[in-house]
Design a protein around this ligand. Structure first.
Ligand SMILES: NC(=O)c1ccc[n+]([C@@H]2O[C@H](COP(=O)([O-])OP(=O)(O)OC[C@H]3O[C@@H](n4cnc5c(N)ncnc54)[C@H](OP(=O)(O)O)[C@@H]3O)[C@@H](O)[C@H]2O)c1
Length: 253
């Protein structure tokens, strides 16, 4: 059995990832605040194991318990083939100049985009350390680390932190007997709620809003299905983890 733990599966890229990974030989653990009934229904139809955790990743202190529960069921399997973690859940806001960002919004962004993936990764490695298996972590980062846009300082910073975390984990894992492979990936501009959110910002709050509206009008956004397909190709590729920061998904296979 192959195991997948994916955060942010209620919609967007995460929902497409989970949907495309539904298969008889797979057990998928989905984590988001709201349920994704479509995923649950399909999993029943095709006899794929799916465990849905409606969980708010803002509750950092409860993540240890969540992972105790997840690994309780994984460890009952004596024939684990591989275990994958995809830290995908993310939030964009606050959008606007730093001085106008509220403390609560900054805290939420960094908790969801950076601290939660760090704590989840720590748990994942702790629970799989002694397992001699194919173990992979894919962190969904953003090209905003490279192309800094104004009014997104918290998002840019939390994603840059995620990249730095991926590099740090890779350095640690190289000396381990059964290392975990890790990569931070820039998925490309994808047509999800996050993009609708960017397009709805007032020009005085985000100078580049017109460019994002234009991208959508010209249908230049990737579909979540396409993005998920490329991410899965990368996740399963032999070279996964050779490049820690994957900036262009189209060149990965
Ligand atoms: N779309 C793009 O163009 C783009 C570009 C670069 C990078 N990314 C990255 O790709 C990832 C997926 O983004 P997306 O575009 O698919 O966004 P999206 O459609 O807004 O989906 C975000 C997902 O994250 C989950 N999430 C948010 N807050 C959460 C919380 N407190 N606890 C648990 N789950 C939470 C949401 O579920 P609930 O609301 O149900 O909790 C949802 O499933 C993000 O990390 C994003 O930064 C996206």
């Amino acid at each position: 059995m192959k195991y997948f733990i994916i955060t942010g599966t209620s919609r967007g890229i995460g929902a497409s990832l989970a949907k495309q990974l539904l298969s008889e030989n797979h057990h998928i653990f989905c984590i988001s605040r709201s349920n994704n009934q479509e995923l649950v229904n399909i999993s029943k139809e095709i006899n794929c194991k799916l465990s849905y955790y409606q969980f708010d990743l803002y509750n950092i202190n409860k993540i240890d318990l969540l992972f105790e529960d997840i690994f309780q069921s994984i460890k009952n399997d004596s024939k684990i083939e591989s275990i994958y973690l995809i830290n995908n859940a993310g939030v964009l806001s606050p959008i606007g100049p730093c001085e106008e960002n509220t403390t609560d919004d900054i805290l939420t962004n960094v908790n969801i985009n950076l601290i939660a993936p760090m704590v989840i990764t720590s748990n994942f490695i702790k629970h799989t350390n002694s397992l001699n298996l194919d173990k992979r972590i894919m962190n969904i980062s953003s090209e905003s680390v490279k192309y800094l846009l104004p009014s997104q300082s918290t998002y840019n910073t939390s994603k840059a932190g995620l990249d730095s975390f991926s590099k740090s984990i890779n350095v640690e894992q190289t000396s381990k007997p059964f290392p975990v492979k890790v990569a931070s990936v820039y998925p490309g501009v994808t047509d999800t709620e996050m993009q609708s959110e960017i397009r709805s910002v007032k020009k005085e709050d985000f100078l580049f809003v017109e460019q994002f509206i234009q991208l959508s009008k010209e249908r230049k956004l990737q579909t979540p299905e396409y993005t998920a397909e490329k991410l899965i190709e990368l996740l399963f590729s032999e070279n996964f983890g050779d490049e820690i920061i994957v900036e262009d998904l189209t060149f990965t296979t």
